[in-house]
Design a protein around this ligand. Structure first.
Ligand SMILES: [Zn+2]
Ligand SMILES: [Zn+2]
Length: 148
């Protein structure tokens, strides 16, 4: 059993099950946000695991992780399908292609100073902000984008 994952579950008072552990471990390896459907497809490639997992289990586990803030749920493509990614507690923004829904993480945050000024101005205790930038990616501009 992965010591680190079981520690994370323990500190969040989440009961450790093989399903929860597999979902969490898989999400750690994902470089990009993944839909619940694709997560299910990937996890069921493991034949020994296939028997103990199904779509509704995946959904329940993801919602549990989201509730505990271990996983971030987003739905920003133009088809509004929810994607999930591990919460690295690292602040980031995304660039989203409105044609193919490709999501690219943007390094750094342009709003740090603005957030501070806004807090000073409004006396709000600013907790967080979200910013997504929409556009058309280079391959869609050249007509070579993936079409669904
Ligand atoms: Zn595109
Ligand atoms: Zn930011």
């Amino acid at each position: 059993m992965n010591q680190k994952v079981s520690e994370i579950f323990k500190s969040n008072k989440i009961k450790n099950t093989i399903q929860r552990q597999r979902v969490y471990e898989y999400l750690i390896t994902c470089k990009e946000p993944i839909t619940a459907d694709n997560l299910y497809i990937e996890l069921s490639k493991d034949k020994s695991f296939n028997d103990v997992i199904n779509m509704s289990t995946i959904y329940r586990i993801l919602e549990l992780f989201v509730k505990h803030n271990l996983v971030l749920k987003n739905s920003f493509g133009n088809d509004h399908r929810a994607t999930f990614e591990i919460n690295l507690r690292e602040h980031k923004h995304h660039l989203i292609c409105v044609e193919c829904n490709k999501i690219t993480a943007i390094k750094g945050c342009p709003l740090k100073t603005y957030e501070k000024d806004l807090g000073d101005l409004t006396h709000f205790k600013i907790l967080e902000h979200r910013l997504e930038i929409f556009g058309v990616c280079p391959s869609c501009q050249s007509g070579k984008g993936e079409h669904h």
